[in-house]
Design a protein around this ligand. Structure first.
Ligand SMILES: C[S@@+](CC[C@H](N)C(=O)[O-])C[C@H]1O[C@@H](n2cnc3c(N)ncnc32)[C@H](O)[C@@H]1O
Length: 281
């Protein structure tokens, strides 16, 4: 039974970090004039209304994307992110938020392919309505994204970006992600893989980045952002992180410039901080 709905969280601090890095990866990959396969294993609903009852109930976007919009001068990655979100908001008011499928769809060229997996039937319905309209470049499936990924690797294009962004509702999702990456590297070591994880006070959340890096990808980057001190009761998400396999060589420098601004913009108390490490031979 799936209970997570991304509509409650769209545009929060984790989405800002995740979508900012996603756009950086996409911009780098589309620079080369060769077809690309883009895979989103946990796609969500695709796009979100920030004035919906869901988004309004938590108001998380106000401490996320809204703070980026309120800032005057932004480093290039965040300016790119702001422009991408603005493209979904005619007139400049922040009313809609693009999920990862919308950002991925936005860069598709004629010979690129986009594969979207979403298991929640309601969100899959929204996804189908938005992207299932006969665009032959896009294929959607209401099935397990990690299982579906296996059948797609290696892609005929031999160039791919795989985004893995689970809700981590169940503890078993953590080892399942590590297994999927192990299998992905075996089938297609040269792919670009991006994994999101929440920073929680749970052992599985603390361990996942190290477990992914222990798979020994050819090159990697790990970035994380804490927006607040971990809660005394041990619950709640105080930050999030991303592990990227085979990142563009330009990403560490771009993030070194971006992360201090994100800490300043999105930090909720004096414990806000970031980490950035990479190995790009
Ligand atoms: C964090 S949200 C995705 C947000 C989206 N990637 C974005 O950035 O806009 C995770 C989604 O995964 C879906 N999901 C959960 N288990 C899944 C599975 N095994 N396969 C595919 N989707 C799944 C959930 O229903 C939820 O919509």
């Amino acid at each position: 039974m799936l209970s997570y709905r991304h509509a409650f969280h769209a545009g929060n601090h984790a989405d800002v970090l995740k979508h900012c890095v996603l756009l950086a990866l996409l911009d780098h990959l589309v620079r080369k004039d060769k077809p690309l396969t883009l895979v989103d294993t946990h796609a969500g609903a695709g796009r979100y209304a920030l004035d919906s009852v869901h988004a309004d109930k938590t108001g998380e976007w106000r401490n996320g994307v809204a703070r980026i919009f309120a800032r005057e001068a932004l480093p290039p990655l965040l300016e790119r992110y702001r422009r991408a979100v603005l493209a979904f908001n005619r007139g400049g008011d922040l009313r809609f938020y693009p999920g990862s499928p919308a950002l991925l769809h936005g860069v598709l060229r004629a010979d690129d392919r986009l594969r979207l997996f979403e298991r929640h039937p309601t969100d899959f319905g929204f996804l189908e309505k938005a992207f299932g309209g006969g665009d032959r470049r896009v294929v959607l499936a209401c099935e397990d994204g990690l299982r579906g990924l296996r059948a797609l690797l290696p892609p005929p294009s031999r160039r791919a970006l795989v985004m893995i962004d689970p809700a981590y509702e169940r503890r078993e999702e953590y080892p399942a992600v590590v297994d999927a990456l192990r299998d992905g590297l075996r089938r297609f070591a040269g792919g670009c893989y991006m994994v999101w994880y929440p920073r929680l006070q749970k052992p599985e959340s603390k361990l996942i980045a190290g477990q992914l890096l222990a798979l020994a990808p050819p090159s990697w980057l790990h970035v994380w952002l804490d927006v607040a001190r971990p809660a005394h009761d041990g619950f709640g998400m105080h930050g999030s992180g991303l592990v990227v396999f085979n990142p563009p060589w330009t990403l560490p420098k771009d993030l070194a410039e971006t992360m201090p601004v994100l800490v300043d913009c999105l930090g909720q108390d004096g414990h806000a901080r970031h980490g950035l490490e990479c190995h790009i031979p």
